[in-house]
Design a protein around this ligand. Structure first.
Ligand code: ATP
Ligand code: MG
Length: 705
């Protein structure tokens, strides 16, 4: 069997072979990134079928994302030792699709609600009915509800001491009731309903237990409680459960994933075999070394160090750039250089990873402008289409054109007016008297309260005063004038994380505006970007398989690999994210929602994110950190800093490092020298401006405590 594999260039190492050969009983495969965990599951599947004569349909493989499941099925199909029929017979699924199939098989006909769309619309409507729409953010509440359900806490058991608890409990139970009445299930329900089905139908459970003689779970470190219980139930009869994971890659604790499951596996299944893989086959040795250096700073982990087999390759490079625009330029230039005629790579070999979606704005816009093909694996929404941006943008449009009725409609809620009624009134007045500025009609709106009248007057004055303003200054004035306060008062609830998310988005909007001199130019730019974005989305629909740069959050990149990876925004406040830096301030509520009780734990999760990001790269890794972020100076991310400073230097308290530094005064690019070979290399050209680079020492930003 293994020789057949070798003929195809796959030669497994000893512990991998041991894992593939593992016969019956529970097994835990605990290993670092890129060490061939997923590969082992795929090979073991083939081994069970080809050597142990297990029927394909007796094998169940589960993983988390659809992309990962697709990839796993693809890898099984391409194995040399299996024919198509056998490969097709294996169940390789995501938890959700497994549960859905189970429910459908039992006559559950409910429609499935996606994460956006109808679910959102209805949830918002419910919030309005309960008069909660001004106090909470629907996204925040839905996330909270999800965390509660995935931890298998019943809504009935939620406390109702405070008013807030009462309100939320009522809202949650109404939402659950609505789904029941409308015959719908959301994603969390799929897991929970499947669990209930198995719990209440012993015959069904028994038949599944008999069928799935071998169960294997990938990315086990990110299992939530429901998934964990489901797995336990399914594996209960044969106990042939192999789980595979890496405690250093737990990055979904906000979703109820608990590192304890992997750390306690041996207690749960006494006699379980633990197999450790420690050779990384994915990345060059310098990338592996960087990953090790980063993650070893975590305290809550099983100690392990990855060894590399690939040669050194290109040094991971680190560039500290002035702005996110410069960062985007550098990435675009690097990609163009490598993909140009006769270049060595195709667009599909590149991935750009980031912590939060809004930090990818500058890059997305540059890629659109320079017409480089990319796929955004986020929600596909353009930055300017976000709900928090729209009213601000509408004000800018009104500055330019007072008769922009769409913009007027968008901004009405910020005057605490009902959109439909106020618009009907404005239309009516406008038809009769056609004032130059229809907003003025609002002052005659019936039963207007004094405070509303004042607000309208103020707003008219404010909009008038912005005519000559630069767009960034105009946004500042709008925010200071009313918008920040509007957001503040309309969200009574203390959800720090979300507030920070909002601030982040608004600051980013201001940063985007800061490169324009006039509001008109900025709006024109946004309209242009919007058109380009729509065109790209159309194209993607028609040509889904064309080679394109992958853009995704680090969370989404789990389990994947790319020849070239860019990690952007490696600055304090972005990565680690400001919400983690502030985590100790709201530890009281975060424990249920995020599982992270303290700042230290939140920071460890951020560090795991960096580890996941870095270990996606096979050949080249570029880390960049904008020095100026949303108009404010940032420090280099502590994770990168501590990993790039050699240990001796850190011990001696040295704050400098050897580096290639661009000789041009206006360019801030520098690359840390890590290896001896690199220090011996001849001069090189700056990847940003092509000026020669010189060796020197670079003072590293102060170490963050
Ligand atoms: P992650 O933690 O990121 O999910 P993983 O442990 O699942 O990583 P794999 O994706 O299975 O790792 O493997 C990483 C890469 O190493 C893949 O490209 C795979 O083909 C390759 N690989 C795995 N085992 C071997 C081996 N024994 N010899 C050569 N290449 C291997
Ligand atoms: Mg994997």
């Amino acid at each position: 069997f293994f020789r057949a594999f070798e003929q195809y260039g796959i030669s497994l190492n000893r512990p991998q072979i041991a894992a593939v050969r593992h016969n019956t009983g529970a097994a835990l495969l605990l290993a670092g990134a890129g060490s061939g965990k997923t590969s082992v599951l795929v090979c073991r599947t083939a081994y069970l079928i080809a050597v142990r004569s297990v029927q394909p349909q007796h094998i169940l493989l589960m993983t988390f994302s659809k992309k990962a499941a697709d990839e796993m099925r693809g890898r099984i199909r391409s194995l040399p030792v299996l024919d198509a029929r056998a490969a097709g017979g294996v169940e390789a699924r995501t938890f959700h699709s497994f549960c859905l199939q189970l429910l459908r098989g039992r006559g559950y006909r409910q429609a499935i609600l996606g994460e956006t769309g109808q679910k959102h619309i209805f949830f918002k409507r419910l919030m309005r009915e309960l008069l909660l729409q001004n106090d909470y953010e629907p996204e925040t509440l839905l996330a909270r509800l999800s965390a509660i359900k995935l931890q298998m806490i019943s809504i009935n058991d939620l406390p109702e001491t405070t008013t807030e608890e009462k309100e939320l409990k009522l809202l949650f139970s109404r939402y659950e009731q609505w789904k029941k009445d409308m015959d719908k299930l959301d994603y969390d329900d799929l897991l929970l309903e499947a669990y209930r089905l198995l719990r209440d139908d012993p015959a069904l459970l028994a038949s599944l237990q008999s069928r799935f003689q071998y169960i294997m779970i990938d990315e086990f470190q990110d299992t939530n409680q429901v998934q964990y219980v489901l797995v336990q139930m399914l594996a209960d009869k044969h106990q042939n459960l192999m789980v595979v994971g890496d405690d250093d890659q737990t990055i979904y604790s906000f979703n109820g994933a608990r590192n304890d499951y992997i750390l306690n596996f041996e207690h749960q299944y006494p006699g379980a075999v633990t197999i450790v893989l420690d050779i990384n086959y994915r990345s060059t040795s310098t990338i592996v070394g960087l990953g090790n250096a980063i993650i070893q700073n975590n305290k809550l982990r099983k100690e392990k160090t990855l060894l590399a087999v690939k040669p050194k390759g290109v040094n991971p490079s680190y560039a500290r750039l002035k702005t996110t625009q410069d960062e985007a330029q550098l990435i675009a230039d690097t990609i163009i250089a490598q993909t140009a005629q006769g270049g060595k790579r195709s667009f599909g070999e590149f991935a750009v990873l980031f912590r939060t979606a809004s930090s990818s704005r500058a890059l997305i816009e540059l890629l659109l402008t320079r017409q480089l093909p990319f796929i955004d694996f986020g929600d596909g929404q353009l930055f300017y289409d976000q709900w928090a941006i729209k009213p601000l943008l509408a004000h800018l449009r009104l500055v330019m054109d007072r008769r922009n009725f769409d913009a007027m409609e968008t901004m009405l809620p910020t005057l605490y007016m009902n959109r439909e009624q106020a618009m009907a009134f404005i239309w009516n007045q406008d038809k009769q008297r056609a004032k130059k500025w229809p907003l003025i009609h609002l002052l005659e709106y019936p039963q207007l309260k004094d405070f509303q009248k004042d607000k309208i007057k103020e707003r008219i004055k404010l909009i008038k005063s912005l005519t000559e303003c630069k767009p960034a200054a105009a946004i500042t004035q709008l925010r200071q004038g009313f918008y920040d306060q509007f957001l503040e008062t309309s969200k009574r609830h203390e959800v720090t994380e979300h507030k920070e998310g909002l601030k982040e988005v608004l600051d980013e909007f201001e940063a985007a505006a800061s490169t324009f001199d006039t509001i008109e130019a900025f709006i024109k730019y946004i309209d242009d970007i919007t058109d380009k974005h729509a065109a790209v989305q159309q194209q993607q629909k028609h040509e889904p398989n064309r080679s394109a740069i992958s853009l995704m959050s680090i969370h989404k990149s789990k389990g994947l690999e790319f020849p070239v990876v860019f990690v952007i925004g490696a600055s304090e406040g972005i990565l680690p994210h400001s919400s983690a830096l502030a985590a100790d301030k709201h530890s009281d509520r975060s424990s249920i929602q995020t599982g992270n009780d303290t700042k230290a734990e939140a920071l460890e999760e951020e560090r795991r994110l960096v580890y996941v990001a870095v270990t996606r790269a096979q050949e080249e890794l570029y880390i960049s950190s904008p020095a100026l972020y949303r108009g404010k100076p940032t420090e280099l991310s502590r994770f990168i800093r501590s990993a790039f400073v050699a240990e001796q230097e850190a011990d001696a308290g040295a704050e400098t490092a050897l580096a290639w530094i661009c000789s041009s005064d206006s360019c801030q690019v520098w690359q840390r020298i890590i290896t001896y070979e690199d220090s011996q290399a001849a001069s090189r050209a700056c990847p940003m401006c092509n000026s020669p680079m010189e060796q020197g020492t670079k003072v590293l930003p102060k170490k963050s405590k």
